[in-house]
Every structure is written in C-alpha cells, then in structure tokens.
Design a protein around this ligand. Structure first.
Ligand SMILES: [Zn+2]
Length: 317
C-alpha cells in the first residue's frame, strides 16, 4: 500500500481524502520574524488558523499540504499540534519557495549538501520534531528566469525525490524548459513533479501548461480565489471567470489526469497582512460549486481533489 508522510506520521494514501495540495499555514518572507511590528503571539496564530482548519474539516477536507518550505515560516511542532487539534492531515515540505527566499546559509550550500538535507528531512525528520516532510518545494526566483541557485535547488530536489520517492512542487511553472532539463538530466520522471501556479494573473500568459502536460508533468491551477473581484486584490489576482475558463479549457484538452487545484491561501500570514477574504475554504464555497455549475461530474471532481493528489503524494520507491 502506498503511503504519504504527514506531520503526525505516514498514513495510507487512501486516507488522505480530499486534498488541498498547495496551501500555507503561515507564509512570510525570510526575516519577517525580525520585524517587531509583525510579531504574533502563538495564541493569535492559533486563533487565526484553527477555525479555518476546523471549517476545512467540516466541509469534508481531509489533507492540507503546506507548501511553505524551509525559510518562509515553516514550523513543524506547531503543525503537529494543529493537526492533532483539528483532525486535518497536514503534509509539510522541505525545500525552498525559490532561490531568492533561501537564506545565505543555504544559498551557499552545494547540491550535495542540499540533497542530503532534503533526504534527511524526508526520511529521518525535520529537526527533532518527529515530523517528516512529504513534499519538496522548489521555485523560480523573481524575474521569471531560473537563476543558478534555483537550478542547484531543483537538482538537489530531483536527487532527493529519486532517493525517497516523495514528489516535487514548483512555485511557478515559467521557464519550464530549464526546469525540465534539470529533471531530465537527473532522471526524475516528470509525473513526480507538480508544476504550480500556471493560473496566476502575472504568469498565466507565459506559462506553457499544455506543453508541460505533454512532457508528462503535472499541472497546478493552485491560486484559485485570488480574484480581481476581491475587495483589495493582490497583484497576482485574475478575473474569476477567466481563470475558471482556463482551467476548464485545459481539462477539455484531455488533461484531467494531470491537473491539480488549490487556493494557495494563508491561514495566518507572517510579515504581511495577507489577502482579506481568501482562505483554503474557497475550494468548497466557490470552486467546487463553480465546477459543478460548469458541468463537471462528481467523478471528475474526485479525480482532481482525491485521486490525483493521492497518486502525486504517494511515496514511490
Ligand atoms: Zn504558495
């Protein structure tokens, strides 16, 4: 039986249930913890987070994948307590959101060091928390072209994915030619990679989503809910209908088995106010109803939110 690393231990993939595959308990830029105006007490963070996870559970959510990575506020002891309190499975990540959020200690590290570090966090644990990482996060730095550091991190991630069987999630799917060249050179099958954020308002036009799927990669429409219709939309927002049409068009091209969807929301943002009115539960209040209204049947919805994530997150040895 295939298994998935959650922060409270490995579980059978069949027990994941409905998965939010790209979310954040709390995401902040490295260093925000040093800016005293943004400090939050543990009680404040709990207060902001627990009701959202409880609601997620009540709606029928099973698993919350925290795609935060090492330097952006990841806190595995805290995730373990949240999971125990709310009954939501939480999958934590090793790796980095992008080279430009890797702190100097890691930015100077070799590919070998990074690969070993990722493998340790996946097979032994993250520090002495007892929690093991279930995914490896990588990403393209600001500017839209992979930097040398991005490529080193991708290479280390590919090696760790091959050694451990956990998948890779990418922040951004732009410059996919360079990403795929690294994965190919390391021999990582592309169905072990979720190329994320193909749908955001900044990058959608320059992301080759169908090409990535044709190469065998999985494709993440995972910024659902960041809409220009919000009261105070972020710069990566996009008109709701435009994103939905993009998603449906992609599925209509025969890529249902390659697609994953999520909301990339923050339960309790760190070092920034977050985006008001947007939570992981957009999946239940808006996205799934929109998909039903557009004619997607329950089997297709299960494929997107249950079967595809279970297959992706399963440890493949
Ligand atoms: Zn994210």
């Amino acid at each position: 039986m295939s298994r998935v690393n959650t922060v409270l231990g490995p579980i059978p993939a069949e027990e994941l249930g409905l998965v939010a595959v790209h979310e954040h308990i709390g995401y902040g830029m490295p260093g925000s913890e040093l800016d005293t105006k943004w400090w939050k007490t543990p009680e404040q963070r709990y207060e902001e987070t627990v009701p959202k996870l409880r609601r997620f559970h009540e709606y029928g959510g099973g698993t919350f994948v925290d795609a935060t990575g090492i330097c952006n506020g990841r806190d595995v002891d805290y995730y373990r307590s949240l999971s125990a309190k709310t009954g939501v499975h939480i999958v934590a990540s090793t790796g980095f959101v992008g080279g430009d959020t890797a702190l100097p200690f890691f930015a100077r590290a070799s590919v070998e060091y990074l690969a070993e570090h990722f493998i340790h966090e996946i097979t032994v644990g993250i520090g002495d928390t007892g929690g093991r990482a279930g995914i490896i996060k990588v990403g393209v730095s600001r500017g839209g072209r992979m930097t040398d550091l991005d490529k080193r991190i991708y290479r280390a991630a590919a090696r760790a994915a091959l050694a451990t069987g956990v998948p890779v999630l990418t922040h951004l799917a732009i410059d996919a030619e360079n990403a795929i060249a690294v994965f190919d050179a390391e021999g990582l099958p592309l169905d072990r990679v979720l190329f994320g954020h193909v749908d955001d308002g900044v990058n959608a036009d320059r992301t080759r989503d169908t090409w990535i799927a044709e190469q065998g990669g999985r494709v993440g429409f995972d910024t659902f809910g960041y809409e220009t219709e919000l009261e105070d939309p972020p710069f990566w927002a996009r008109p709701r209908k435009q994103r939905l049409d993009h998603f449906l068009r992609f599925i209509g091209q025969g890529h249902l088995d390659k697609v994953l969807a999520s909301a990339d929301a923050n339960c309790s943002p760190l070092g920034w106010p977050g985006v008001k009115g947007h939570t992981v539960n957009y999946i239940f209040t808006d996205l799934i109803p929109d998909l039903r209204a557009a004619g997607l049947d329950e089997a297709a919805i299960k494929t997107i939110f249950v079967d595809n994530p279970a297959d992706l997150l399963s440890i493949k040895n």
